[in-house]
Design a protein around this ligand. Structure first.
Ligand code: ZN
Length: 156
């Protein structure tokens, strides 16, 4: 899959959003959803919202928040996330890859693959799951280092 000239701009917007994350010890991720005309329709970042019941210390992921704000009728949208969408959550909550698939997103652009976390023992398969569902997936390597630094800014 090839990248589009405007991909860099939108992923930079997601990076900016991730900078608003102030929660320690989580990946600080930013997400923007753009419709097929190239207009932004939703956004979100980790730490922006909390589950009402506090769900065992987990908080909604950036993609999850952005998807919840997306108009239901949207077709052909592109989702930009600084981090590869997750494929498994220890909390048992629905992973972002399957949320992306069920929301009918056509294309996903991300900055960095999810690093393997030896504490969690999760090998992220987000990119593969999305592709298997027929979604076009692009990693924008030119922003990989900046996205990696940004997701880890919550590490203490
Ligand atoms: Zn996720």
């Amino acid at each position: 899959m090839t990248s589009h000239p405007r991909d860099r701009y939108w992923l930079e917007q997601a990076l900016l959003l991730s900078g608003r994350c102030t929660v320690p010890r989580i990946y600080c991720v930013g997400c923007v959803i753009v419709d097929q005309e190239g207009a932004q329709i939703a956004q979100g970042y980790t730490g922006e919202l909390a589950y009402p019941d506090g769900s065992s210390g987990s908080s909604p992921h950036a993609e999850e928040i952005a998807l919840s704000r997306m108009p239901a009728t949207t077709e052909g949208a592109t989702l930009y996330s600084t981090l590869e969408p997750c494929s498994e959550r220890l909390s048992g909550l629905e992973c972002c890859s399957s949320r992306i698939i069920s929301h009918g997103i056509a294309r996903v652009v991300f900055g960095v693959r999810e690093p393997f976390d030896s504490r969690l023992q999760i090998h992220c398969r987000g990119e593969d799951q999305l592709r298997e569902a027929g979604i076009a997936v692009v990693q924008l390597f030119e922003l990989e280092e900046r996205c990696l630094a940004a997701i880890k800014r919550g590490d203490t």
